[in-house]
Design a protein around this ligand. Structure first.
Ligand code: UD1
Length: 419
């Protein structure tokens, strides 16, 4: 079991190039299944979740090879329709392979992703939408068997009760090769949805309206391979910006997606940091002490404040002047990192979906366990601005989403090692 050992108190300074987006890479890798050819993905981050996606691709017959940050996926042969429970459980996003497999073969057998570290993960909206597209679905004992009644899914009008990212992705993946037109109302508007659609368009798909609430897809009989560059990771951007803000330093982020990071930047700016942006760079300088954020920080679907940035900003605000209030509206169990932050000296009270963070003068090092991906990143941020040394275990959660995070921290002058 690996651990991170972090000695805090150093100010962080330097330039970092952002990794490609995890939340784009996974649906795009699933989408490569639809292409009956070879897809080359640039800026594919080296993450355990990406390798889990490649194991799923291999298991259904595709070939997936990596060379540095380039992934090549050959999906000419897809000769299996079942994905084992073991592979499905390796990562939460595995459920998006359901739509992709249906789009490619008209059938698939998968298993429910189950509960996870953020609480229950219902997929009722995914299943209801696919049923509307002419897919017969049988669920028993955790397994889900799907079969397009006419051999190929058919276009449908779908109105999602909530703009679910995963459900929107599953419907898009199934619809691009379905028979006829699919309209998704109340679709998720996250930038990663646009990235997925950008990739699919490069493969010949006909999609309009991504980035808006109404997406219209005209099904094509076949898609082809392509070469595509994955967008930068806006949540990794939020993480490194929160880290340097808390550690009183200076950061230039290159390969950044400025517009897509705006909902986070507009809140971070209220802490008193100086933030400047240019086309694909974000510059941040923080003073000796952050200010609390005065307005309530409500996590919302994009373009609201991202739920994935809640924990990392909380770690920074734990050492700000004054009280900040968070309201988590996407997930029921997304405050599990607070226990570790409190162990490090933070003053945080959780009341249902609200967390009240009273900034303290100093944090102190402690031995803590990563509870989930972003919660683990929050612990790294707290440890970097704490007095003394911290030990963070269960870092497999962190490796799911951050490429060589300890090297990035060391590049900025932080004291962090993996043992
Ligand atoms: C969510 C986030 C996404 C983030 C990802 C990883 C939102 C809207 N989505 O995407 O930004 O990158 O987690 O942390 O912020 N739900 C149902 N039934 C369904 C599907 C979802 O009730 O069939 C509920 C979920 O329980 C949850 C909410 O809808 O409360 C959002 O879910 P969804 O957007 O689907 O989650 P992810 O795709 O994992």
């Amino acid at each position: 079991m690996q651990k991170f050992i972090i000695t805090g108190g150093k100010s962080l300074r330097g330039e970092l190039a952002l990794q490609g987006s995890k939340n784009s890479s996974l649906p795009i890798m699933a989408a490569a299944l639809l292409c009956c050819g070879e897809c080359t993905l640039h800026c594919c981050p080296k993450l355990t979740d990406v390798y889990a996606a490649s194991r799923i691709l291999n298991c259904v017959g595709c070939r997936c090879t990596f060379s540095d940050n380039m992934a090549v996926i050959d999906s000419q042969v897809v000769d299996r329709t079942q994905i084992s429970e073991e592979l499905m459980r390796e990562m939460r996003s595995s459920i998006i392979f359901m739509g992709a497999m249906l789009g490619r073969t008209g059938e698939c057998a998968v298993s429910v992703p189950g509960g996870c570290e953020l609480g229950p993960r219902p997929i009722d909206m995914h299943l209801a939408a696919l049923k509307k597209m002419g897919v017969d679905i049988t669920e028993s004992g955790g397994s889900i068997v799907c079969k397009a009644v006419c051999g190929r899914a058919k276009g449908a009008k779908i109105s999602l009760a909530f703009p679910s990212v995963g459900a929107t992705e599953n419907v898009i993946l199934c619809a691009v090769t379905a028979d006829g037109e699919t309209v998704i109302n109340n679709a998720a508007r996250e930038p990663e949805i646009c990235d997925l659609c950008g990739f699919l368009r490069s493969c010949g798909a006909d999609i309009k309206g991504d980035g808006e609430s109404r997406i219209v897809i005209k099904g094509k009989k076949q898609l082809h391979g392509c070469e595509y560059t994955i967008m930068p990771d806006r949540i990794a951007a939020a993480t490194y910006l929160s880290m340097v803000a808390a550690a009183h330093g200076e950061l230039i982020l290159t390969n950044a997606c400025v517009l897509e990071t705006e909902p986070f930047l507009s809140v971070l700016e209220q802490t008193g940091c100086s933030i400047y942006t240019s086309e694909n760079k974000i510059y941040l300088r923080s003073g000796p002490r952050l200010r609390a954020v005065r307005e309530r920080i409500r996590t919302m679907p994009h373009p609201g404040f991202p739920t994935d940035a809640q924990a990392v900003l909380m770690a920074a605000l734990a050492v700000a002047d004054g009280t900040s209030i968070f309201e988590e509206n996407i997930f029921d169990c997304r405050y599990r990192h607070t226990e570790a932050l409190i162990k490090m000296g933070a003053d945080i009270q959780v009341l249902g979906k609200v967390a009240v963070v009273k900034g303290v003068e100093r944090l102190h090092g402690a031995n803590v366990q990563a509870t989930d991906l972003r919660g683990g990143a929050a612990m790294i941020i707290a440890a970097l601005c704490a007095d003394g040394t911290s030990e963070i275990s269960r870092i497999c959660h962190i490796d799911r989403g951050y490429e060589k995070i300890e090297e990035a921290v060391r590049l900025l002058g932080g004291d962090m090692r993996r043992v």
